[in-house]
Structures are given as structure tokens and as C-alpha cells.
Write a protein that binds this ligand. Structure first.
Ligand code: ATP
Length: 311
């Protein structure tokens, strides 16, 4: 069995509508997911034990034991396919850790595909996504990529066809935000306000803007019901959002549960200019320029190995 490498993208939620808490404790969601060109690469290889190593973004902040979502993905698929879970997983991280961009979910999706390929499991992708949903609500989208509407916990997906390319700037913060803590804060703020919680639904103007490739209309239609909670826990995010808007972004919002902020730019040059202004503003740790949509998890071709001569 030869090592297999899978590349997998980060996501941003163009819309995150959070409904009431369901009897199972999850919130009813409508999420418009959009895959962007920040990637993790996950390589799996046979080993004597299940081990995880990691380099790149946030090395030192990610668990390297069985708590790593990639390790849990190996165990889940090995159990289904009757394989040994003795696999070495190496993660090259380009997705900010605990940044609201689904980095852990991305690694789980990549690991399922990489192990299935290495073990020649021939598991249909739809089945891999269903398995992925057992590990986390965002895992199926990390496998699918593109742009898609997620319902339920976010795991039931319908692809949105869009030929346009959108240009993004991501402002990375110091330290992460815990997704459960942000949901708890959202519930607390709602209890305090006492408002009715409407059933979540996709915004028609957002889907129309996506289909038309209209960046200003998309920027105006983006919403995130977790944004107030993320700002409540990390008030400095307000300054980051204002700085990006002042720099000419046509849309600005907290990505998922934060603290990464996402800025939509009119074109590639505008994105570079927004990134420069954000860095100069001192309201974020650093920035990344990216585009979307991009495809989901995919197996990378093996490179020529000059030592062994193997391909
Ligand atoms: P989401 O957007 O899905 O809510 P996130 O992008 O905010 O997630 P992650 O990068 O997935 O956050 O990390 C959340 C936590 O999950 C981290 O603090 C880390 O302890 C844990 N974790 C487990 N496995 C991984 C992994 N492979 N990569 C990153 N974090 C992981």
C-alpha cells in the first residue's frame, strides 16, 4: 500500500442562519457554504500504530492524539472496511486553526478519502460524506466543495451552480474561538433579547447574486447569525470588520463561528489592496488572499520519487 495525499479546502459561510435548538441539542441551520483556495494537505501511509504529525498554520495548537478529527476518521473508516487503523497521518496546514473555516472537518474529509483510496475501498463519495457527517456537520461539505446550501445540522447538501469566481481576503486573528462557546453565547444573547427565532431559510437575493456572479450584490446579501455572538466574545472583531469595509471590501462578515473575518472584494487587485490596508490597520494578525469556489477534497497525483524511481 502506497501513501496517498489529499488536498482539501477551507470554507466560508456566505449565509449562516441559526434556528432554534432541536431536541438532540443541535441548532437547526441553513448554511450557504463556499469553498475557498486555502488548503490543508493530508497524507496517509501504513504504519505500526495510528499516529499524527502536523506542520504549517497553528502547529502546536492541534491535538496529535485520538482527539484529532483525522485520527477519528481513520478509526471510523477502518472499522467499516475491516482494515487496521495503523496509519500515519501527516497534515500540512494552510487553514487557520479554530478560525471558523472548518479546518478540522477538512482534515477528516481528506483522511476518509485518502484512506479509502489507499485501502482501495471504492466507497462511493456519497457514502464517505454520510460517514463524515458522523464526525462533524461540516465534514460532508469539505468533501463536496464548490458552493452548496446545507440544511439540518448543515450536513444535508444541495450544490449551487455558479460559474463566477469571487475574490476574498481573510483576516486571521490571534487565538481561536471555540465553536460551542460561540453557539452558547448566541443562545444567551437571544434569551436576553427575548425575540422569536425565525425558521432558517436561504436568502433569495444571495443565491441570485451567486448565480449572476455579482460580487457587490453578494457582499450586500451575506449574513451570519453567529456574528453578534463572536463579536460579544471578541469585541476587537468589530474594528477588523470596519477596517476591511473602509479599505473597499464590498462585503464583510465573521467566518462561521470566527474569529477569522471574511471580506469579499470586487476583483483580484481590489482583494490585494484590501489585504494591504487590513495588515496596515493593525486590527488582525495577518491576512490571506484567496478565491472561490474551488472543488472539495481531491487525491493529488503522486510525484516522481527520485530516490526509489517509483511514481
Ligand atoms: P468550524 O468552522 O468547523 O467550527 P473551526 O475552523 O473553527 O471549525 P478547527 O480548525 O476545526 O476550528 O479547530 C477546532 C478545534 O478542533 C481546535 O481547537 C482543535 O483543538 C480541534 N481539532 C481536532 N482535530 C483538528 C484538526 N485536524 N485540525 C484542526 N483542529 C483540530
Amino acid at each position: 500500500m502506497s501513501p496517498v495525499t489529499v488536498q482539501v479546502p477551507a470554507k466560508v459561510n456566505l449565509q449562516l442562519a441559526v434556528g432554534a435548538v432541536r431536541p438532540d441539542g443541535f441548532h437547526e441551520l441553513v448554511s450557504v457554504f463556499h469553498a475557498v483556495s486555502l488548503f490543508d494537505e493530508v497524507t496517509v501511509a501504513p504504519a505500526d500504530a495510528l499516529t499524527v504529525t502536523l506542520d504549517g498554520e497553528g502547529a502546536g495548537e492541534v491535538p496529535l492524539d485520538r482527539d484529532n478529527l483525522a485520527a477519528r476518521a481513520v478509526e471510523l473508516l477502518a472499522d467499516r472496511l475491516g482494515q487496521s487503523p495503523n496509519v500515519h497521518i501527516h497534515i500540512r496546514k494552510g487553514i487557520p486553526v479554530a478560525g471558523g473555516m472548518a479546518g478540522g472537518s477538512a482534515d477528516a474529509a481528506a483522511t476518509l478519502l485518502a484512506c479509502d483510496t489507499m485501502w482501495r475501498g471504492n466507497t462511493p463519495r456519497e457514502m464517505l460524506r454520510r460517514l463524515g457527517a458522523e464526525l462533524g456537520s461540516d465534514v460532508p461539505f469539505s468533501d463536496l466543495g464548490g458552493t452548496a446550501i446545507g440544511t439540518g445540522r448543515g450536513e444535508r447538501l444541495a450544490a449551487v451552480a455558479s460559474v463566477a469566481r469571487f475574490h476574498w481576503v481573510f483576516a486571521l486573528a490571534d487565538g481561536g474561538l471555540s465553536t460551542p462557546a460561540v453557539y452558547r453565547e448566541c443562545d444567551r444573547l437571544r434569551d436576553e433579547a427575548g425575540d422569536d427565532i425565525p425558521a432558517p431559510a436561504p436568502r433569495e437575493e444571495l443565491i441570485a447574486a451567486l448565480r449572476a456572479g455579482d460580487a457587490p450584490a453578494l457582499g450586500a446579501a451575506m449574513t451570519n447569525d453567529l456574528q453578534a455572538a463572536a463579536i460579544s466574545l471578541r469585541p476587537s472583531l468589530r474594528d477588523t470588520l470596519l477596517a476591511g469595509t473602509a479599505a473597499g471590501a464590498v462585503g464583510a462578515l465573521v467566518s462561521g463561528s470566527g474569529p477569522t473575518c471574511a471580506f469579499l472584494a470586487a476583483d483580484e487587485d481590489a482583494a490585494k489592496s484590501v489585504a494591504r490596508s487590513l495588515e496596515a490597520s493593525g486590527t488582525c494578525r495577518t491576512t490571506r488572499v484567496a478565491y472561490g469556489p474551488v472543488s472539495g477534497a481531491r487525491v493529488l497525483p503522486r510525484l516522481w520519487n527520485s530516490e526509489s524511481g517509483a511514481v
